[in-house]
Design a protein. Structure first.
Length: 68
């Protein structure tokens, strides 16, 4: 007979995460209200550049795996 640990009660984690998301959204809303349209455009460009670099890195990693 195999010993199994009792299930862990992690129901509080979802509640904690939900509160975390709520506060993050509140902070984001307040920040967006204070940013100018020029700053928002800069953030958007940063996000595009980040996604480009991230995708390039993912492609490079995949190519390395294929070469091995």
């Amino acid at each position: 007979m195999m010993y199994c640990e009792p299930p862990i009660d992690d129901s509080h984690l979802l509640e904690d995460y939900t509160m975390f998301e709520y506060y993050m959204n509140e902070i984001k809303e307040q920040a967006m209200q204070k940013l100018t349209s020029l700053e928002l455009a800069a953030l958007y460009e940063d996000k595009k550049e980040f996604m480009y670099l991230y995708n390039e890195e993912m492609i490079n990693d995949r190519n390395k795996c294929l070469m091995d």
